[in-house]
Design a protein around this ligand. Structure first.
Ligand SMILES: [Zn+2]
Ligand SMILES: [Zn+2]
Length: 144
């Protein structure tokens, strides 16, 4: 997701309404590196717009995902879906203690996945998650 204007353009092209609530959800998502859950977006939004419902948040996230503007991701040990506005291929670090998900910023050489077949499976996307402990949690674990 590059900018709110870009998303609004795609929304309009697909006949999707751009309500003030949806605009506010976009504001929360643009440049968001926290991989928030729907409930977390809802909590932030509720402070700004008390009338908003969780259903509106889910509905907007589904539309954004179906249009390829955000990615829904899951990690081991956490049943809830997280949303990632960075749709370019990138890998994640997941802290097993605080459950934070972080992006790995390092740029890897581009791999042509369509030519990369494993057991006859055509790979179109790759998302690797590394599990471990973030620096803060390592400190906490040492003091226990
Ligand atoms: Zn942690
Ligand atoms: Zn990410």
């Amino acid at each position: 997701m590059k900018s709110i204007d870009e998303v609004i353009e795609v929304f309009q092209k697909h006949g999707q309404k751009v309500t003030p609530q949806r605009r506010e959800i976009l504001k929360i998502l643009v440049n968001n590196k926290d991989h928030p859950k729907a409930e977390e977006i809802y909590r932030i939004l509720k402070n700004r717009m008390p009338d908003v419902t969780l259903a509106t948040v889910y509905n907007t996230l589904n539309v954004l995902r179906d249009l390829g503007m955000i990615e829904s991701i899951g990690v081991i040990g956490d049943d809830s879906v997280h949303y990632d506005p960075t749709t370019e291929a990138h890998d994640h670090l997941c802290c097993m203690r605080c459950k934070r998900i972080m992006d790995i910023e390092k740029k890897e050489p581009e791999v042509n996945f369509t030519q990369n077949e494993i057991s006859g499976f055509q790979i179109v996307k790759r998302m690797v998650t590394y599990y471990g402990y973030c620096p803060e949690c390592q400190k906490m674990l040492k003091t226990i």
